[in-house]
Design a protein around this ligand. Structure first.
Ligand SMILES: [Zn+2]
Length: 81
């Protein structure tokens, strides 16, 4: 396969390559943004140690969690360690 390889009708690889490169660059850029965004999101999800006052479940929950993972009782601020 070379730059003059015809893909369909009279479109050659050389004509498609810049578009393919552009699409790839766009894809990579979006991928990087996605990774960056995901990382940022994870940073916001720091966990806190929590002891449920209803069922005594202990463990780490999201800092922004509002329900006990076991019994779904509302998380009170005084239950967070
Ligand atoms: Zn509970």
């Amino acid at each position: 396969m070379n730059w003059d390889t015809i893909i369909f009708n009279d479109i050659t690889v050389g004509q498609i390559a810049p578009w393919a490169a552009g699409a790839l660059a766009l894809y990579v850029t979006l991928k990087i943004y996605t990774i960056f965004f995901t990382k940022k999101k994870v940073n916001l999800q720091h966990t806190v140690y929590f002891v449920c006052s209803s069922c005594q479940w202990e463990g780490h929950i999201s800092k922004f969690g509002t329900l006990c993972p076991k019994c779904a009782a509302p998380v009170r601020d005084e239950d967070r360690a």
